[in-house]
Design a protein around this ligand. Structure first.
Ligand code: A2P
Length: 338
């Protein structure tokens, strides 16, 4: 593959850092890596392929000569700088929610809709979906291809790393404070996250759902290219550092047995079935952390309703849920289009 110049925007953050690691691990053909963050981080160094690369301040001139930019510095940074980057000729793969639902911007999970990457030509931007949606659609699509999914009911158990580095520190410092009989401090979340579960991710909307829950609703339809799939989600932040877990109930048009679903998922790209309850084997966040796959287990037929399947889906939210998915998009982009 030919070598390209790559920029990572938000390189000092939880996802940006992982993007650099994934580029290195997957030997993405980089001839120059530009690491961009806020003024606060200028002078910091991040190691890449054995070299220490200096972090630079993100400015309007940062993208000259860059071919692919991976953005993960929040929606407001993306809204301002992604169009500037695209205008200067590079393709932006944006991890924020800024452009995901815009009709002419592709929203891509390479195992599900890689063909949509071709639409990067519209505006020079490809959106990386929300972390909880990515792992869910990787597990849903192969089933949907065999028996159409009518409705999905999902409850998520989401790790604090999805909120960024400050949230990782908050869970850690609150846990230490509690064990040392000190007062806890809440800066990132509105309530204590240590030893607690918060049914509140992103802001509340008029319909009573949170924006995170509605992201799962809208993004699933867009990525699966099927407006008829209904989705209802309850998104919960839990005191886990890495790895989102999801309890998913799917209603199918035609019945599939649990064994059939297990077989379909065993052959699906990016999925690993871990489903051996007799040996206490099922997907766990602590084992998914640092891994690339979407792990699926506890597959069973719903006793309460015909043609419904229950399953438990776990993946590393920083990797497949963000950094890895973005780099996989970049790989397809480079191989097929640049
Ligand atoms: P910095 O470390 O300089 O603040 P996380 O999601 O883990 O909190 O990380 C957010 C990332 O986005 C960090 O790399 C952060 O850089 C970067 N970032 C936040 N605001 C800006 C900004 N206005 N300009 C450039 N980078 C930003």
């Amino acid at each position: 593959m030919k070598e390209v110049s790559v920029a990572v925007v938000g390189a000092t953050g939880a996802v940006g850092n992982e993007m650099v690691k994934v580029l290195e691990e997957r030997r993405f053909p980089v001839n120059e890596l530009r690491l961009l963050a806020s003024k606060r981080s200028v002078g910091k160094k991040i190691s890449f392929n054995g070299n220490e690369v200096k972090v630079e301040e993100l400015t309007e001139d940062s993208f000259k000569g860059v071919q692919i930019s991976l953005f993960s510095a929040g929606a407001s940074v993306s809204k301002k700088f992604a169009p500037i980057a695209a205008k200067s000729g590079c393709v932006v793969i944006d991890n924020s929610s800024a452009f995901r639902m815009e009709a002419d911007i592709p929203l891509v999970v390479p195992e599900v809709n890689p063909h949509a990457i071709a639409q990067y030509k519209n505006r020079g931007i490809i959106a990386n979906p929300n972390c909880s949606t990515i792992q869910m659609v990787v597990a849903l699509k192969p089933i949907h291809d065999v028996s159409k999914i009518k409705r999905v009911v999902v409850a998520t158990y989401q790790a604090v790393s999805g909120t960024g580095k400050k949230a990782i520190e908050e869970l850690s410092s609150q846990t230490q404070a509690i064990f040392n009989f000190k007062d806890i401090v809440c800066n990132v979340y509105p309530h204590q996250i240590a030893f607690n579960c918060l049914p509140h991710i992103d802001v509340f909307l008029e319909n009573g759902y949170t924006r995170e829950e509605m992201k799962m609703y809208y993004e699933t339809k867009k990525i699966m290219e099927d407006e008829d799939i209904e989705v209802t989600a309850t998104c919960v932040r839990v005191p886990v550092f890495y790895g989102h877990s999801e309890a998913i109930n799917i209603e199918l048009e035609k019945k599939l047995t649990a064994d059939e679903v297990r077989k379909i998922l065993s052959n699906a790209p990016g999925v690993k079935v871990v489903d051996n309850p007799d040996n206490n084997e099922y997907p766990l966040a602590i084992y998914a952390a640092g891994r690339d796959e979407v792990f699926v287990g506890r597959i069973r037929e719903d006793v309460s309703k015909e043609n419904c399947i229950e399953m438990w889906v776990v993946s590393d939210n920083i990797r497949k849920g963000a950094a890895l998915n973005a780099v996989q998009i970049a790989e397809v982009l480079l191989e097929r289009y640049l």
